[in-house]
Design a binder for this molecule. Structure first.
Ligand code: UDP
Length: 196
């Protein structure tokens, strides 16, 4: 993947179409535990201030430019990205690919009624995709094991995690190899938008 380094963070230069095609090929090939981060300038700043967060960013398989600030920064260093690639848009693009392939998807995050409503909305819009799990994002470390087991048993192709940016990426990074899900991605406030 062609990248541009912004404060040491390698951002993908691919457009949405090529990004989703690449991720789809990865899922089709049976690859496991891919972590995608849609990173905005706030996350770049957080990584610069926090070594742990920086190492989480760097061990991700793909970092895409979410936020016009990142697109601007890439232009500024003379190595532009194709376009802004947001988590919300990518979620929809992946669901479209999932329709043909009858993928299974797990939604993790937001309040219980929000994640339920998001699941129903996605089911209406993409009926061939099976929502194999919808669980809220308000749990502590003590429940992690239970959540990981629930995801493993549901055996999805994609796990979308909608918690705060400071929580969702570290959580995925910590459990990605146990979860054994082909593709995992933080989507921030996307379930709130879907349910609204
Ligand atoms: N959220 C969650 N668990 C938490 C904190 C937040 O599931 O412990 C959800 C919240 O309900 C919302 C999403 O994470 O759906 C994004 O939250 P917020 O916009 O506050 O996070 P930010 O992206 O601003 O860090």
């Amino acid at each position: 993947v062609p990248t541009v380094s912004i404060y040491g963070i390698p951002f993908s230069k691919l457009n949405m179409r090529d990004t989703v095609q690449m991720l789809t090929d990865s899922i089709d090939s049976g690859q496991q535990s891919l972590q995608v981060i849609t990173a905005n300038p706030i996350m770049v700043m957080a990584a610069l201030e926090n070594d742990k967060f920086m190492s989480i960013m760097k061990q991700a398989d793909l970092i895409v430019p979410d936020g016009t600030g990142v697109v601007w920064a890439a232009n500024y260093v003379g190595n532009p990205v194709a376009e802004r690639v947001t988590g919300f848009d990518m979620l929809h693009e992946l669901m479209k690919f999932g329709e043909d392939r009858r993928w299974k998807v797990f939604l993790l995050g937001a309040a219980p009624e929000v994640v339920q409503a998001a699941a129903e909305r996605l089911h209406q819009q993409y009926p061939a995709v099976e929502i194999v799990g919808a669980r809220d994002g308000f749990f502590g470390e003590a429940e992690d094991e239970d959540v990981v087991r629930q995801v493993q048993e549901a055996n999805p192709h994609i796990l979308f995690v909608a918690r705060g940016a400071d929580t969702q990426e570290p959580w995925i990074a910590k459990y990605r190899h146990q979860l054994r899900v082909p593709l995992m991605m933080g989507v921030g406030g996307s379930f709130d938008i879907l349910s609204g």
